[in-house]
Design a protein around this ligand. Structure first.
Ligand SMILES: C[C@H](O)[C@H](O)[C@H]1CNC2=NC(N)=NC(=O)C2=N1
Length: 158
């Protein structure tokens, strides 16, 4: 197979969304499942040789599994992001501390932003592959499971 055909085959494998409940290896590449709870999974090391960034099509299928996260394409690099308004600067740092514990235990790390004293944005992508992998969805799902409510500014009532 020439390079072009291999790329096409890779695309086909990566576009394949497994319906089973466990991660599959198809033709040596990781595939992604629609039916799984990402928060129950564990991140794999990002330096694994068979790790490839998923296509935008796959990312679009998986984004609904991580409520409140957005899919963004930054100059061709797919990323997940989510924003919160915190009660104070220190509460923002507390939020980062909770997120950092998840990140350290998963060995997968988000980009953390605390801007204008109370605006927190977290971006998640896999630096090693320049795009999204299942790891990013696992980390996003685990962040969604954190008890952040007391750190957040309450929404203004009308
Ligand atoms: C070996 C280890 O998995 C890597 O160095 C990790 C650490 N955390 C990481 N986090 C993220 N988001 N992307 C990476 O490529 C990455 N690499």
């Amino acid at each position: 197979m020439d390079g072009g055909t291999i790329t096409q085959v890779n695309q086909i494998f990566q576009n394949h969304v497994a319906l089973s409940s466990s991660r599959k290896l198809q033709g040596g590449f990781r595939t992604f499942s629609t039916s799984e709870d990402f928060s129950a999974k564990k991140c794999v090391p990002c330096n694994a040789k068979d790790l490839r960034p998923m296509t935008e099509e796959t990312a679009n299928e998986l984004i609904s599994k991580v409520p409140d996260w957005n899919l963004v394409n930054e100059s061709g690099v797919l990323k997940l992001n989510r924003s919160w308004k915190v009660k104070s600067f220190l509460k923002g740092l507390e939020l980062f501390r909770l997120v950092a514990e998840v990140a350290e235990s998963e060995g997968h790390h988000p980009d953390l932003h605390l801007v204008g004293w109370n605006n927190v944005t977290i971006e998640i992508w896999t630096h090693a592959v320049g795009g999204l992998t299942e790891n990013d969805f696992i980390l996003a799902a685990k962040i969604n499971g954190l008890p952040l409510q007391d750190l957040l500014r309450r929404k203004a009532k009308n």
